[in-house]
Ligand binder design. Sequence first.
Ligand code: S3P
Length: 189
Amino acid sequence: MTQTAPSLTPQDIAQIAHRIDRPIVLVGLMGVGKSTVGRRLANLIGVDFVDVDEEIERAADRSVAEIFEEFGEPYFRDGERRVIARLMGETHGVIATGGGAFVDPETRALIRDKAISVWLDCDIETLVERTARRDSRPLLRGGDPHAILLDLKEKRSDSYAQADCHVVTDDGPHNATALRILEAIDSWL
Ligand code: S3P
């Protein structure tokens, strides 16, 4: 079922945006829409958008899949930790993290200290459908995506639940999700 979009007026949005004094960091599983929704949200409140995976790819001059293949996951996680530490020391509006970033205790503590963290969450079926559109995720290449995503959800939910806000998304428009994030932040602030 598609949830209805919150009815925020442009004035409401501007008022909430005005109160946001830290970067908004989106966390959650692969395929939940962190990058797409993050771009929409940044656009809506007139701030910049940074995608952590893209930053890691730029620094390594390789795709995430190539980094996993050539150097292994621990190397990728080191890069992820360093990139997020750098971003937290800069001024940014909206940051989309890769699904594993907030699971790292050091990164999670840093994000919780410096940013407003938002757990984007949705059902496994939607994640399976969305992640099937692109074969760019190394963690899903080794088996049944449904089982892998379910396992990751079980292992990671306690970490994700430490985010400041929890927003459940559906297969509705990304704009509605961006508005729901603003509403959640408004209540949290
Ligand atoms: C990962 C998620 C990916 C990417 C890497 C590992 C994870 O990012 O960082 O493949 O551990 O869940 P997205 O969540 O943007 O797909």
